[in-house]
Design a binder for this molecule. Structure first.
Ligand code: SF4
Length: 322
């Protein structure tokens, strides 16, 4: 079996809801609730779900930008949750993040050179000359030019800014990149270019990706495996091709039915999901999707379905009890 880079077990993040006169805890939002998955070296794991399903919180938990309530995050042989601040800082060299809005993550008052060399300075990598050389190399790798180093973020288009965001993430030669909706804010024509760039640099630098998106169409061509989240939980996860041709969970089937097909000879029935996504502070009993599921049975309203491994295809749905 290919070597694992990351193994997540029972990961939870509950945010307290405080209120009343004394600001006492009134409840909690289960943003991430018992998540378990692994990521193999060199692969791309796509994580997909509607907004509020906990996918971005998961990305931040893995980076330890926020602290988990429970569970373990084993990166190589270390549990990231047990690392001291100094150890964590060292490990962050190996795990970098690409954000949805590159403009917000690039300091507008700093030149691109200053922005790109910052991670190297933080981690004490290289002399001034070496850092400058690496900035120039990296700009070329992401399809920009070395003279762009003197410019400022506002002088670039959205697509170019995301290339700079990717270059920044690559500066420390990380092993894992967590990309949180990296193309969602871009025009469709630019999305494909950025996705192709990410694929090229993955091959060149043997990178492993966790690619977070709200749209199954976007992750299809970049992901080796795809996991679908609903209300803080993974409800289905399998090889990408298997998921797109043989989705099992009614929620995944509905999401897939909304993805446009390029071939005009193939038509697919659109499955509409009715109702709003329930609040994670008060999730439905049993299967969290039962309030919106057209195949809901009595058991679904009372008993949470097990997350089962059916020949490497994971699914949490009572339709597959036997
Ligand atoms: Fe629908 Fe029941 Fe499966 Fe949930 S467990 S997805 S409600 S059939």
């Amino acid at each position: 079996m290919t070597e694992l880079l990351l193994q997540v077990d029972g990961l939870k993040k509950y945010f307290p809801i405080n209120g009343g006169l004394l600001g006492k805890k009134q409840g909690e939002v289960k943003a991430v609730d018992d998540l378990s998955f692994f990521v193999k070296k060199g692969e791309t794991l796509g994580i997909v779900g509607e907004s509020g399903c906990g996918k971005s919180t998961t990305g931040r938990l893995l980076m330890r930008l926020i602290e988990a309530s429970d569970g373990s995050i084993i990166f190589e042989d270390k549990d990231l949750r047990n690392l001291s601040k100094t150890e964590l800082r060292k490990t962050r060299r190996d795990i970098q993040m690409v954000f949805q809005d590159p403009y917000a993550s690039l300091n507008p008052r700093h030149s691109i050179e200053k922005i790109l060399e910052e991670p190297l300075i933080v981690h004490g990598i290289g002399s001034k000359e070496e850092r400058k050389k690496r900035v120039q190399e990296m700009l070329e790798i992401v399809g920009l030019s070395s003279y762009h180093a003197r410019r400022y973020p506002h002088q670039f288009s959205g697509g170019q800014r995301q290339r700079i965001g990717i270059a920044k993430a690559l500066m420390t030669k990380p092993k894992l990149i967590i990309a949180d909706e990296p193309v969602s804010a871009l025009d469709v024509s630019i999305q494909a270019q950025v996705l192709n760039l990410m694929k090229d640099i993955q091959n060149e630098f043997q990178l492993t990706y966790i690619f977070i998106a709200h749209d199954l169409g976007v992750v299809r061509h970049i992901s080796d495996r795809v996991g679908v989240m609903y209300l803080g939980r993974l409800i289905e996860l399998s090889d990408s091709e298997e998921l797109y041709t043989n989705a099992m969970h009614p929620y995944t089937k509905a999401l897939l039915s909304a993805v446009p097909i390029a071939d005009p000879d193939i038509s697919r029935e659109r499955i509409t999901i009715t109702g709003e996504i329930p609040s994670p502070s008060n999730p439905p009993a049993g299967c969290a999707f039962h309030t919106r599921c057209s195949e809901c049975m009595d058991i679904c309203k009372t008993t949470r379905p097990e997350y089962k491994n059916i020949n490497g295809h994971f699914v949490a749905c009572h339709l597959y009890n036997d």
